[in-house]
Design a protein around this ligand. Sequence first.
Ligand code: OGA
Ligand code: MN
Length: 204
Amino acid sequence: MSDAPQPGCEQVIADGLSEPGWVVVRDFLDPKATAAIEAMLRTRWESGALRPAGIGRGRTFQVRPEIRSDQVLWVDHEAPPAPLGIYLDRMEALRRHLNEQLFLGLNEYECHLTTYPRGSFYRRHLDQFADQARRQISTIFYLNPDWREVDGGALRIETEQGIHSVLPEAGTLVAFRAADYWHEVRRARRLRLSVTGWFLSRPL
Ligand code: OGA
Ligand code: MN
């Protein structure tokens, strides 16, 4: 496997988001960069830095473990953890590319580090809803090497062609139009690690 980013990866993602509206790419970062993010997230998880994820935002925020039982740590873009630098640079390049190709007017990327402890899941949902109206494109970047089918934790996206299942394998990036795709995370049978983020449009 080469250390260089996959040539044309931004274009593959732009094409997929244009039609049909979702895309899965492997080796979005080189394995060393991905492993460094994984190690950083494991350390933060072990030190108790992540918090139960919720539904809604601001005053509507609620922790509802029967709906989602993952834990998150929002990334401070002013002072991101060092290993995330490469990832955030790639997302910035992708944001510019998507704006040039798809005229989406994306002006920000927000993301959190995510863990699904053994036994956790996220029921079927949409990422864009009333109080998350700025979310245009959802992205999930997976960090676990050697994830197997028996480990559970698949992302299931309801596509035009039926359900598409994605194993959360290190280096894989999934992106889809946030308003258009129902999806769920099946129960994980071991600790599942990822970076989950959204390209946002301008504040309304
Ligand atoms: C989410 C989500 C999918 C995944 O956090 O909104 O749907 O595969 N995550 O982690
Ligand atoms: Mn989601």
